[in-house]
Ligand binder design. Structure first.
Ligand code: IMP
Ligand code: MG
Length: 177
């Protein structure tokens, strides 16, 4: 999808900028995991768009697996309680796992995922995020690879949704919300 939806204020990253940056980050990942097989793990649904684009740029052998989570908030503004709604299909014990995220914001989701996956004894556990909004971080989490740092504005596209829409936008855009 390349037609901008209503409510878009401006494009933050074009399709071309994203493609170029993905190649750079893929080269960093290739260098780090040379000679090994990577298991890319992503959370449904947003991160799937980034994962497939990234995987196609990697030269190290990759496997992929997915999980889904649900977040609940007991009161408005409180950090969400996260639980696994659909688990990975396979064990990650002894594997080199790279957790692929669409965006790291407060860090609560990522912290929960890292704790859960670390308990399954992978050989290594890294994090690669498409977008990073460090200005909103509440809990400190390790990010090994990032494509773009973004301002404190709501964004859509390349997997990121607004009420489940616009994930298939080829660019990343700022919404007027
Ligand atoms: P957090 O790091 O636990 O706060 O959670 C990040 C999650 O919030 C992401 O996986 C997205 O689903 C969602 N999210 C945060 N910021 C945005 C945004 O700007 N656009 C769309 N979704 C967002
Ligand atoms: Mg979302």
């Amino acid at each position: 999808m390349s037609t901008l939806p209503p409510g878009v204020e401006r494009i933050l990253f074009t399709e071309e900028q994203i493609r170029e940056r993905l190649k750079e980050v893929a080269a960093e990942i290739d260098a780090r995991y040379q000679g090994r097989t990577l298991k890319l793990v992503a959370v449904l649904k947003g991160s799937v768009f980034f994962l497939t684009a990234l995987a196609r740029e990697l030269t190290v052998p990759v496997k992929v697996d997915f999980l889904a989570i649900s977040s609940f908030s007991s009161r408005a503004g409180a950090p969400g309680v996260v639980r696994i709604a659909k688990d990975l299909d396979d064990s990650i014990e002894g594997e080199d796992v790279l957790l692929v995220e669409d965006i790291v914001d407060t860090g609560f989701t990522l912290r929960y995922l890292l704790r859960t996956l670390a308990g399954r004894k992978p050989n290594s556990l890294g994090v690669c995020t498409f977008l990073d909004r460090t200005s909103k971080r509440i809990v400190q989490v390790p990010v090994d690879f990032r494509c773009f740092e973004i301002p404190d504005r709501f964004v859509i596209g390349f997997g990121l949704d607004y009420h489940q829409l616009y994930r298939n936008l080829n660019c990343v855009a700022v919404m007027k919300v």
